[in-house]
Design a binder for this molecule. Structure first.
Ligand code: PEP
Ligand code: MG
Length: 579
């Protein structure tokens, strides 16, 4: 009964809910041959499922009333007759007994045979009866999946749903959360995918790379998920439910404890001030950023505004969104990133090329923006107009050459000039910065830095492109390693180059909010972090325990270490020098 599946925790939090399989019919069929000693049990399963299906039809029939009751009853009677038809059921039992098919596979085989018979009929009415066969078989398939105890069914009927699917597009997550879905389990995916980033922003617990989820979880199973541990408990026992309640209590206590840090300055143990910015995707993020005492918004992913849309939002709509962000932050600086569509953020606007063989290396980010200057003008004008309401800066994604920044700057200058001559109030100076997330940009930064007002390091992509490891591919999760020597080298160089040039440099990839990397990033010289606002107070708490001066002394050893094991050894030494 009770069993545990593991995946990778992608968005923390626990949730108890009924499993809802995204494509149940696609996954129900178990094609493995049936061993002889399981034949009788499988026949019993099928008998039970047939019984459930019959009962359901009888209940449905009893409930009928109103003007269409008679017609509907005829359909139900036809379905009940089919279920009683020995021709249909004997065939399925034979497939199990002789053909050694499992019940679900036998049902589908029998369905396909009958459908083929109906389809070959000349009479269109009889031909259309194949749908009845499909409905009846689907009802029995559903009956096969209902193996939970009646007590569990009672509990499951009171809780919300947890989506179980192979993958989910970022654009599908918002409506899921709005419709009360409590959590998501995916059989593929990774924790740095945009789906996972958005799930964190929506506070939707998510587990990715749970490879067996679709094979072993059934619709309506009661499941308990732990988005931090990456654990899915199917048919949880009372001890699991007790753990869930304890987790709820602890979370409440912990957030009360962390809330005490909300209006503290962020300083290391040796009193070095650190700036903690928020990555904000939604108004909830903005509110949490303020409530946690963020220094501002270090990354506002504007493409998330665009994901749900057929058409791209116009200047007015974008202006209102950006102004709301600026006003929401009450005078603290906000960083608006220009459109980063492409790769896994493909939208429905038709701008993203969908026939690219290699979208991660394709027309995305600034490349897409520069091919659609009108689109960029609209966005830059909206951002510039919002700059009248508070400090705002503009960040350009996927930069890999100085020319791209020169073109973006020229566009920004044109837009500012046009707006001013049309009488719009805009800020005197709006800073323009580049994301450093392509190795070429990191390597060439010394030649480009003069052109930039600030720099933001995007480690999610920098790790992907440096190591040639797709950030969304769960089969390569062990190779997607932020501690690779090449990554550390690029991080250290980027931070140092920007600081030498007197330019602010922040890090806004997922590493920034991951406390396992806080000491490392301090050692490499970072002082500006930008992270999911939910992580901010914990990182502030962690920073207060770390001695930046002591950690900096380990930078050279970190950068000399040739393997991950040696890097971890240096990190362990750092932990003792700055406990
Ligand atoms: C990054 O690449 O690190 C980043 C912050 O941007 P995104 O995750 O949106 O690609
Ligand atoms: Mg990126």
């Amino acid at each position: 009964m009770r069993f545990v599946l593991t995946g990778s925790g992608a968005s923390r939090g626990m949730a108890l809910g009924r499993a809802r399989l995204e494509h149940p019919n696609r996954y129900l069929v178990d094609d493995r041959p049936l061993p002889e000693h399981e034949v009788d049990a499988e026949i019993e399963r099928l008998k039970r499922a047939l019984e459930i299906a019959r009962e359901e039809l009888a209940i449905l029939r009893d409930k009928l009333h109103g003007s269409m009751a008679r017609e509907v009853a005829e359909f139900i009677d036809a379905h009940s007759l089919m279920l009683a038809d020995r021709e249909l059921t004997t065939g399925i039992f034979e497939l199990i007994r002789v053909g050694r098919y499992r019940a679900s596979a036998a049902l589908n085989l029998q369905r396909d045979r009958l459908v083929a018979v109906f389809e070959s009929m000349d009479d269109p009415y009889l031909r259309s009866r194949k749908e009845d066969v499909e409905h009846v078989i689907a009802r029995v398939q559903a009956g096969l999946q209902r193996e939970s105890s009646s007590e569990e069914r009672k509990l499951a009927s009171r809780v919300g749903q947890i989506l179980v699917s192979d993958s989910v597009a970022p654009s599908e997550l918002v409506p899921l959360a709005e419709n009360g879905v409590l959590g998501v389990v995916l059989s593929s995916g990774s924790r740095v995918s945009h789906g996972a980033i958005l799930a964190r922003s929506l506070r939707l617990p998510m587990i990715v790379a749970a490879h067996d989820a679709l094979l072993t979880i059934h619709d309506d199973d009661l499941i308990l998920i732990d988005g931090e541990a990456g654990e899915i408990i199917v048919h949880p026992a009372s001890t699991d439910l007790a753990r869930y309640r304890a987790w709820q209590r602890e979370t409440q206590q912990r957030s009360k404890q962390l809330a005490l840090l909300a209006d503290r300055d962020t300083r290391t143990r040796d009193d070095v001030p650190i700036a903690l910015y928020a990555n904000a995707e939604s108004s909830v993020d903005i509110a949490q950023a303020r409530a946690s005492g963020a220094a501002g918004v270090g990354l506002y992913r504007t493409e998330f505004l665009f994901l749900q849309r057929r058409e791209l939002p116009g200047e007015e709509e974008q202006f209102h969104a950006y102004r709301e962000l600026v006003l929401g932050m009450g005078g603290l600086p906000v960083t608006i990133r220009t459109l980063d569509l492409g790769a896994d953020k493909a939208d429905s606007s038709g701008l993203v090329l969908d026939d690219e063989e290699n979208p991660a290396l394709g027309v995305r980010g600034v490349r897409l923006s520069l091919r659609h200057p009108q689109l960029m003008r609209t966005q830059l004008r909206a951002a510039l107009r919002a700059s009248a309401y508070g400090p705002l800066r503009i960040l350009v994604p996927m930069v890999c050459a100085a020319e791209e920044m020169a073109q973006m700057r020229a566009l920004l200058r044109d837009c500012a000039r046009d707006l001013r001559s049309a009488g719009h109030e805009i800020a005197e100076n709006v800073e323009l910065g580049a994301m450093i997330e392509v190795p070429a940009a990191a390597i060439a930064l010394p030649t480009m830095i003069r052109q930039l007002d600030f720099v933001a390091i995007g480690t999610n992509d920098l790790v992907q492109y440096t190591l040639a490891v797709d950030r969304n591919n769960d089969h390569l999760a062990n190779l997607y390693d932020p501690l690779h020597p090449a990554v550390l080298k690029l991080l250290a160089q980027t931070i140092a180059t920007a600081q030498r040039a007197g330019k602010r440099v922040s890090l806004c990839g997922e590493m920034a909010g991951d406390r396992r990397y806080t000491a490392l990033l301090l050692a490499l010289g970072l002082t500006d972090f930008s992270m999911h606002p939910g992580a901010l107070l914990e990182v502030r708490e962690q920073l207060a325990t770390l001695d930046r001066g002591a950690l900096r002394k380990h930078a050279a050893a970190l950068l000399r270490a040739p393997t991950r094991a040696r890097i971890e050894a240096v990190l362990a030494r750092m932990a003792t020098s700055s406990p």
